[in-house]
Design a protein around this ligand. Structure first.
Ligand SMILES: [Zn+2]
Ligand SMILES: [Zn+2]
Length: 326
């Protein structure tokens, strides 16, 4: 599954300004127009450095307020947030930016010249993200549609013209037991609204736990902590209010050691999602993660913010995990 990475993941500089974009007809594909370093095929740090370099070029060379693209996708099946949803991009050309969000594939005129399957998957995930969060319509176009440029390159443009077909999905992690042996944890959630205090550390957000009928999830803590080694699919819905308009907040699914020590942030892998409150100071987000858990570790859904206001996690949030015994 494609990982959506925050601006912090590639060490983005702050935009000098942003222009609101309410909706768009769809997305346009772009390439770098120069050499795409083949190291970006293997090393995601090279991807992040490339995106950082592109931002520097756009801000200092072009004098733009930020990197020109809405999202950047790479061979690691990752979609890095550039300007992001509801922000006018700058990459499509004058007069064309309000029509489409701009998605860059890390492909160029030399080095890496063809989009890989992972990039194509990530492109679709970026498009879905912009549709869900930025009001993007269904169109998929190339930069050269309506603008005189070679972008997004022959191979990528041919893919776009063919309808941007999704490559076949990678094989999912295979549960070793048949379907009927998978207990499902349901009805985890909040009984009452909870005030989420500001702070530097993630705050576990639920106050009560439920135990599933198979007993693989012990009650009494603030975590998903199965008694046996399992693969866990977690889907969480988080709704917050009380933030200032456009104020940032981070929400993540995290994995902890049995003593509660943070082991890693599972969605997205390295960094939590950096979200911004809407004009009413609200944030609503769906998160998903899949990883192995057992008696030695546990999963939580966490929130981090630095708001001066009283941030409230609302009632009726849902949390669900499907356990595959291994
Ligand atoms: Zn372009
Ligand atoms: Zn990458």
């Amino acid at each position: 599954m494609t990982i959506i990475e925050s601006r912090a993941s590639w060490d983005a500089a702050r935009p000098r300004s942003t222009t609101y974009l309410g909706s768009a007809k769809g997305v346009k594909a772009h390439y770098t127009g120069g050499r795409a370093d083949p190291r970006t095929l293997d090393d995601h740090d090279a991807c992040r450095a490339a995106v950082k370099g592109i931002q520097r070029g756009h801000m200092t060379g072009n004098g733009w307020s930020d990197i020109g693209y809405s999202m950047v996708v790479c061979n690691h099946d990752r979609a890095m947030i550039g300007r992001g949803p509801h922000v006018l991009p700058a990459a499509n050309g004058p007069g064309l930016n309000s029509g489409h969000y701009a998605i860059l594939l890390l492909v160029g005129t030399s080095g890496v010249i063809e989009p890989t399957d992972a990039m194509k998957r990530a492109f679709h995930a970026a498009r879905t993200y912009l549709r869900e969060h930025g009001g993007a319509g269904s169109e998929i176009k190339g930069h050269r549609d309506g603008y005189a440029t070679s972008c997004p390159g022959g191979a990528t443009y041919a893919w776009v013209r063919a309808g941007a077909p999704l490559p076949s999905a990678p094989p999912p992690p295979t549960p070793e037991e048949p379907e009927e042996s998978m207990p499902e944890i349901v009805s985890l959630g909040l009984e009452d609204e909870v005030v989420v205090p500001p702070g530097a550390d993630f705050q576990p957000w639920w106050t009560a736990e439920w135990k599933d009928s198979a007993g693989s999830h012990p009650s009494g803590g603030q975590s998903i902590a199965p008694n046996t080694a399992t693969w866990v699919d977690i889907v969480a819905y988080v709704a917050l209010r009380g933030l200032a308009p456009d104020e940032p907040v981070e929400v993540a699914i995290t994995r902890h050691a049995a003593d509660g020590t943070l082991q890693n942030v599972a969605w997205p892998i390295e960094r939590p999602a950096l979200l911004r409150a809407d004009v009413d100071g609200r944030v609503e987000v769906n998160l998903a993660a899949q990883f192995g858990l057992g008696p030695a570790n546990r999963a939580r859904v966490n929130i981090r913010h630095a708001s001066a206001g009283q941030v409230v996690l609302e009632t009726a949030s849902a949390f669900k995990a499907l356990l595959h015994r291994s």
